[in-house]
Design a binder for this molecule. Structure first.
Ligand code: ATP
Ligand code: MG
Ligand code: FE
Length: 344
């Protein structure tokens, strides 16, 4: 099926077009520059930017894909989770297209879409698989029996999300927002063992209760204390070493717990998705450690890890292919949609 997907859960206006597992267009307009000076996404600014970018981004996607809107078989849209006002813009646009074109509407879960997008690059998802979902707002380990309806959380962060930790530590180091890519770059020239930062929820006692959960706020505080101590002593802060050591601590815990979860579930395939999956160290570390345990790792290319419309179209196409019922026209925008609710 030819599916157009619309994503507006945060600050990216994404419109993707896919034919089955084939990616035809992935147009993204980001308002990130408008938020940068505030050090975080400003919801009202994001909503207005989506409104302005929506029609041009749809047009750009159709042009790139070489299709007309009338050729599309179905419309998919992120119905949650995300910023309420931002989601509403995408959902309203998708409803208008659905009614105007007389094509079915599929409301999809943004988190499941971060997993489903990998099909565009590596073909059908192995099911069941273990998914490590790491993004700006979420950090979870999921057992995915069926990406269109059977997603089971094994654990998640008990405080900050991994992406949030990257963004906060970047800020401490004076790097621009969003900080993930900047830390990634700075870390390449740093020493990963320069500073021994804590690995959250990995002590034997914590593992009893939180085997597959994450915690990054203690790590963030440890980095803040370390940087403050340096500044007090008047010595320069070695940004590259702090970035590399911090990134190593995050990736170490993510990979360790993801591989343990896969092993405990008897699953041989690990999929990593969400914005933090774009991290170069995470990708290499996962690949290296998984190989010795006979686990295969799949990670979409970096451009498909951060928010985009193609991921929504990919999950929508899967819904169509598996004969999932279309959504009702009063489909809500649900800012706190849980990952278990894939069918909306
Ligand atoms: P969610 O998907 O939970 O709703 P979101 O959609 O805002 O949150 P994504 O776009 O999936 O989040 O991911 C954005 C996050 O990914 C930001 O925190 C950003 O810093 C982080 N990120 C992006 N690239 C990298 C990278 N190379 N290394 C580390 N983090 C990165
Ligand atoms: Mg973003
Ligand atoms: Fe996201």
């Amino acid at each position: 099926p030819l599916v157009l997907g619309i994503e507006t859960s945060c600050d990216e206006t994404g419109v993707g077009i896919v034919r089955g597992h084939e990616l035809l267009a992935d147009a993204v307009a980001s308002s990130v520059d408008e938020h940068a000076r505030f050090g975080g996404v400003v919801p009202e600014v994001a909503s207005r930017a989506h409104l302005e970018a929506m029609v041009p981004t749809i047009e750009r996607a159709c042009e790139t894909a070489g299709v007309r809107l009338h050729d599309v078989d179905a419309i998919a849209v992120t119905s949650g989770p995300g910023l309420a006002g931002a989601l509403l813009v995408g959902v309203a646009a998708a409803k208008a297209l659905s009614v105007g074109l007389g094509k079915p509407l599929y409301g999809v879960n943004h988190l499941a879409a971060h997993v489903a997008v990998d099909q565009l690059e590596h073909g059908p998802l192995p099911e069941p698989c273990l998914a490590l979902l790491v993004s700006g707002g979420h950090s979870s380990l999921l057992r995915v029996g069926d990406v269109t309806g059977d997603v089971d959380p094994l654990g998640s962060t008990i405080d900050d999300a991994a992406g949030e930790a990257f963004d906060k530590v970047a800020r401490l180091l004076g790097l621009p927002f969003p900080g993930g890519p900047h830390i990634d770059r700075a870390a390449r020239e740093g020493n990963t063992v320069a500073i021994d930062f804590p690995r959250g929820l990995t002590s034997r006692r914590d593992l009893e209760r939180h085997r597959f959960d994450f915690s990054f706020s203690g790590l963030k505080t440890a980095v803040a204390r370390w940087v403050e101590a340096r500044e007090r002593s008047g010595e320069p802060v070695p940004v590259h070493d702090v970035a590399a050591s911090f990134q190593e601590a995050v990736c170490d815990v993510l990979v360790r717990k993801a591989l343990d979860a896969a092993t405990s579930q008897g699953v041989d395939d690990l999929l990593i998705g969400g914005g933090v999956a774009a991290n170069s160290r995470l990708r290499v570390m996962a690949e290296e450690r998984a190989a010795s345990r006979g686990i295969r790792v799949r990670v979409p290319r970096p451009g498909l890890c951060t928010d985009n419309g193609a991921m929504v179209a990919a999950l929508g196409a899967e819904m169509v292919a598996r004969n999932r019922p279309a959504s009702a026209l009063d489909l809500p925008a649900d800012s706190s949609l849980p990952v278990t609710e894939v069918l909306v």
